[in-house]
Design a binder for this molecule. Structure first.
Ligand SMILES: [Zn+2]
Length: 379
C-alpha cells in the first residue's frame, strides 16, 4: 500500500520568539519579503525592528492587499524578485499565511502565525480567492513551510476566541484521521504540487500521523480548559504552550497526513446557512465533529467527553450555538447535499454515506447537544 506523510522542516515556539526571526532569515540570505496585514505588523513592530538589528537583515514590506488572489500573488512575486529577497515570510492570520505560501511556491518560506485559530500554518496547501473574495481554487506545493515560528507571548495576548476556535479545528483531527484510516481513504499528504490540475496522488495515512492525531485529542482534553484560562489572562503557561502546539502542529500534521472525513465536509455544508457566517471555521468544525460522532454512532462515553469539552471551553454543541436558531427542511437538505458533493472528504467515513443519513445526523446531534447543555446547566 502506498502511504505518505508531510510536515514542516522546522517548528519552533517560545516566548518572544519573533526576536529570533532574523536568525532564520539569515539562514537564507540578507532580506525577506514580509507579507502581513499592517495591523499585525504594528502588533510586533518592536520585535521585528530588534531582530533586524541583531541579525543584520532587512524586511521588504509588501503592502499586502489582504486577499490571496492570483493577481496579488503575481504582484508579490515581482516585488520579491525586484528586491532580491532570499525568503518569504507570512505573518499574521490565514490570508497572509496562504498568500506567502503561494508566493514562495514551497521554497524558503517562514510562517509566523500571530493567532492559533486554525491548523493551516503547517500545511503545504493554500486556498486561492478571486479579487472579489470568492473561492477560486486549492493550491498544493512541493513542500510544507521551511520554518514555523511561533511567539507564544503574542498568541497569549490575542483574543481567547481565536485559541478556542483553534481547539475546535483540532477537535476533529483524531476522529477524522481514525475514520480515514478505517476506510483506507487517501490523505492530502499524497497530493502532487501545483494548482489543482491533472491527476491526484493516491496515498494512505501512516501510523505516525494517526498517533499524532490521537495525541492532539488527548492534549485538548488534558490542557484545553487551563489553556483557555491562561489566554483569558494573556499569560503563557505550560498548558497554553501545549495547546498552541496542539492547534497548530499536531492538528496540522493530523489533518494533512491523517486525513479529513465527516467533520470538515459537514462544516462545508453548514457554511451555506446565513446565521453561521459570523462564526469561525473551528467553531463550526467543533459542531461538525459532534455530527460526525452521531453519524458513526460513536460510543456514548466518547460523545459525552467531546460534549463536556466543548461546553467547558465554550465551543458550539448545537445549531443555535452557530447562529442557526431555526432550520427549514429545504435548508437542512441543502446543507446535507453540500456536505456530500462528490469531492468532499465525507466519503472517507468507513461506511456508505447518503444525504438522508447526514441530514438525520445533523438534526439528532443538534437535539443531543441541546439536551446535554440543559442537563449540565440544571446540575
Ligand atoms: Zn480545519
Amino acid at each position: 500500500m502506498r502511504k505518505a506523510f508531510i510536515c514542516p522542516t522546522k517548528y519552533v515556539q517560545g516566548e518572544d520568539e519573533i526576536l529570533n526571526l532574523g536568525y532564520f532569515v539569515k539562514s537564507f540570505g540578507e532580506s525577506a519579503l514580509l507579507i502581513a496585514h499592517k495591523d499585525d505588523v504594528a502588533r510586533v513592530k518592536d520585535k521585528l525592528d530588534k531582530t533586524c538589528e541583531k541579525f543584520g537583515i532587512t524586511f521588504v514590506e509588501s503592502g499586502f492587499k489582504g486577499e490571496c488572489s492570483r493577481q496579488e500573488v503575481a504582484r508579490l512575486q515581482e516585488v520579491s524578485k525586484k528586491n532580491r529577497c532570499a525568503c518569504t515570510i507570512g505573518l499574521g492570520g490565514g490570508k497572509a499565511i496562504d498568500t506567502a505560501k503561494c508566493v514562495a511556491e514551497g521554497e524558503a518560506l517562514i510562517i509566523v502565525p500571530t493567532i492559533a485559530a486554525t491548523d493551516a500554518p503547517t500545511s503545504h496547501s493554500a486556498v486561492l480567492y478571486t479579487r472579489d473574495g470568492a473561492f477560486d481554487d486549492y493550491a498544493y506545493f512541493k513542500q510544507s513551510p521551511s520554518v514555523i515560528l511561533i511567539d507564544t507571548t503574542v498568541i497569549a495576548k490575542a483574543p481567547t476566541r481565536f485559541l478556542v476556535s483553534g481547539m475546535g479545528d483540532a477537535l476533529s483531527t483524531y476522529f477524522e484521521a481514525r475514520a480515514t484510516s478505517n476506510s483506507y481513504s487517501k490523505v492530502n499528504a499524497g497530493l502532487p504540487c501545483g494548482y489543482r490540475e491533472g491527476t491526484c496522488g493516491e496515498a494512505r495515512g501512516t501510523n505516525t500521523a494517526l498517533a499524532l492525531a490521537k495525541l492532539c485529542y488527548e492534549t485538548l482534553i488534558k490542557d484545553g480548559v487551563r489553556a483557555k484560562a491562561a489566554s483569558d489572562c494573556n499569560l503563557v503557561t505550560p498548558a497554553l504552550e501545549n495547546i498552541i502546539e496542539t492547534n497548530i502542529l499536531l492538528s496540522g500534521i493530523g489533518f494533512e497526513s491523517g486525513g479529513l472525513a465527516g467533520a470538515h465536509a459537514i462544516h462545508d455544508g453548514l457554511t451555506i446557512l446565513e446565521g453561521s457566517h459570523k462564526y469561525f471555521h473551528g467553531e463550526k468544525v467543533a459542531f461538525g465533529t459532534i455530527i460526525q460522532l452521531v453519524l458513526e454512532n460513536a460510543p456514548k462515553e466518547e460523545l459525552n467527553q467531546v460534549l463536556d469539552f466543548c461546553l467547558e471551553v465554550g465551543l458550539p454543541v448545537c445549531l443555535s450555538d452557530i447562529g442557526v436558531d431555526s432550520i427549514t427542511e429545504d435548508e437542512l437538505m441543502e446543507v446535507a447535499k453540500k456536505s456530500c458533493v462528490e469531492e468532499e472528504s465525507i466519503y472517507s467515513m468507513p461506511f456508505p454515506i447518503t444525504v438522508e443519513s447526514v441530514a438525520a445526523a445533523i438534526i439528532t446531534a443538534d437535539k443531543i447537544g441541546k439536551d446535554y447543555k440543559e442537563k449540565r446547566m440544571c446540575k
